[in-house]
Design a binder for this molecule. Structure first.
Ligand code: C2E
Ligand code: MG
Ligand code: MG
Ligand code: MG
Length: 280
């Protein structure tokens, strides 16, 4: 029990706070160990090219295989990783893993990696990305970096210069979760994005809310005018997909096409072997 029991009215509050702080410290220590002990895994979710009907690539999504708590989704530890700075080694791990995995795929599909705003503050981020590409042998044209609008709020000039450098070596840039948070249309003209990812909250109401359709239609028009493509996130039903196709989105991602999976569970069409091709 707390020694402050005499200071009655604050006691319960103190105890609740310290329990929370303790849980947080435990989780922080666990997360530190997780990075050192390779308990983090990268899963991959496909995104589809609407025009061809085939896959265009996969988004890399981190998971934590906790020794006692099982598989923990990123929403439960990315925030903590950002507060503690652990996002820097975590983010580098995901980037390196994703580049190495994609370099070994039997086809030229893209791999999309999420970067946290905190990583943007790291002076060596550009070198880290170049090293991940060089060490894996992945062509920069196959790497897409996803960033959320919150990144762009601070340090606009530095961020613009950084993004220009990424584009210059052939990396693609996607604006993630578009339509949530601090959306400002000026970001679209200021920063060199190739793609807008419409947040899944807009897709959810699509089939019963004409207003959502109107919003998506305007985003598609806007993106075309700016020479950017559009991905719809969180597509779960055939009806949603049909509606989105009619609205002109370029890419679609969601449970309808596949959940995020470990790399060894991704199916690739059997590559045509040279001997088979020669025989034909
Ligand atoms: P995000 O980048 O917007 O990723 C898409 C999220 O939507 C993923 O959640 C994915 O599993 C989920 N999703 C995909 N299709 C559907 C669907 O049809 N319905 C629904 N309801 N959800 C769908 P996940 O994997 O839990 O990741 C959550 C967020 O955590 C990501 O959102 C991203 O912001 C962050 N995150 C994940 N991995 C990383 C990482 O390596 N680094 C950083 N900085 N953030 C990451
Ligand atoms: Mg993303
Ligand atoms: Mg998103
Ligand atoms: Mg998100």
């Amino acid at each position: 029990r707390s020694k402050s029991a005499g200071r009655n009215c604050f006691t319960i509050y103190d105890e609740a706070m310290s329990a929370e702080l303790e849980a947080r410290n435990t989780l922080e220590g666990d997360l530190r160990d997780a990075i050192a002990q390779c308990q983090l895994e990268v899963h991959y979710q496909p995104f589809m090219d609407v025009a061809s009907g085939g896959r265009r690539g996969f988004e890399a999504l981190v998971r934590w295989r906790h020794p006692s708590r099982g598989l923990i989704p990123p929403d439960q530890f990315i925030g903590l990783a950002e507060e503690t700075g652990l996002i820097v080694p975590l983010g580098e791990f995901v980037l390196r893993r994703a580049c190495a995995d994609a370099a070994a795929w039997p086809c030229d599909l893209m791999v999309a990696v999420n970067l946290s705003p905190i990583q943007f503050k790291e002076a060596e981020l550009f070198e880290t990305i170049c090293a991940a590409l060089a060490d894996s042998g992945l062509a920069p044209q196959r790497l897409e970096i996803e960033i959320t609008e919150s990144v762009l709020l601070e340090r606009g000039v530095e961020n613009l210069a950084f993004m220009e450098r990424l584009k210059h070596i052939g990396i693609e840039l996607a604006l993630d979760d578009f339509g949530t948070g601090y959306s400002s249309l000026s970001y679209l003209t200021t920063f060199p994005f190739d793609k807008i990812k419409i947040d899944k909250s807009f897709i959810r109401n699509l089939t019963h809310q004409p207003r959502s359709s109107a919003i998506i239609a305007s985003i598609v028009t806007l993106a075309r005018g700016l020479d950017m493509s559009v991905t719809a996130e969180g597509v779960e039903t055939r009806e949603e997909f049909e509606r989105l196709t009619a609205l002109g989105v370029n890419f679609a991602q969601g449970y309808l096409f596949g959940r995020p999976r470990p790399v060894d569970q991704i199916e690739f069409d059997a590559p045509v072997r040279a001997s088979q091709r020669d025989a034909a």
